[in-house]
Design a protein around this ligand. Structure first.
Ligand code: NAP
Length: 187
């Protein structure tokens, strides 16, 4: 069972624009050409931050058109927020806040032997990293730069650095990089 941060970023390290747009991302590549189909088949629980959840709320019509449901996940989900947010019909969600460690334990219990997906954003993935709970990063790097935006992973990972496990080209628009987190690395 692994805890994995799977996300797509611009070449200069942003997962969304400052105003939370992902419009730049979708033309760059097809998720089905990434490791996503094999990845999601092994996910037993997922966690995301409030801004990521609010993107799903705002884009419910587009997500429904794409996946048949405003909530595209069958797995139980934990949404980190300090606020009261609306629920999405059909979604198996728990709203949580604070320390990621007890939430990780709940996710593990729900997922059994399957993996845990930290959907994002980068600061939330960083909180799991800080707690020594992040095992892998699977990042599609797009052939585009944004200049500013929401950071992929606002942490300093130097000692030890991440271990590159694989590189996969997705046409001319993206490359997928998979990294293992070497334990004992959080500063
Ligand atoms: N390109 C990709 O693959 C990808 C992946 C994921 C997300 N995204 C997009 O990137 C953007 C991410 O936004 P973001 O960087 O702001 O991150 P985010 O993690 O989605 O949202 C940040 C918010 O989550 C809440 N939060 C985080 N940690 C918390 C904790 N421990 N306890 C309680 N609340 C906590 C806080 O919300 P409050 O205090 O306001 O409640 C915080 O302001 C979104 O637009 C999303 O759609 C892109």
């Amino acid at each position: 069972m692994k805890t994995q941060y799977f996300a797509a970023a611009s070449l200069d390290g942003f997962i969304a624009t400052e105003d939370d747009s992902l419009d730049w991302l979708f033309p760059l590549g097809d998720l089905d050409d990434s490791s996503y189909p094999a990845f999601i088949a092994e996910v037993g629980a997922l966690a995301m931050g409030a801004a990521t959840y609010e993107w799903l709320l705002r884009n419910a019509d587009a997500v429904t058109a794409e996946t048949g449901s405003p909530w595209p996940y069958t797995q139980p989900a934990w949404v980190f927020t300090h606020r009261t947010l609306p629920t999405l019909e059909g979604a198996d969600i728990r709203f949580v806040h604070g320390d990621v460690r007890p939430v990780h334990a709940q996710m593990r219990a729900a997922a059994g032997s399957r993996n845990l997906w930290i959907v994002g954003g980068g600061e939330l993935a960083g909180q799991f990293y800080d707690a020594g709970l992040l095992d892998e990063l699977i990042i599609q790097i797009g052939s585009a730069t944004l200049g500013h935006g929401k950071p992929l992973f606002p942490r300093r990972v130097l000692s030890p650095v991440l271990r590159l496990l694989s590189v996969r080209q997705m046409g001319a628009g993206m490359a997928e990089l998979r990294y293992a987190v070497e334990k004992g690395g959080a500063e």
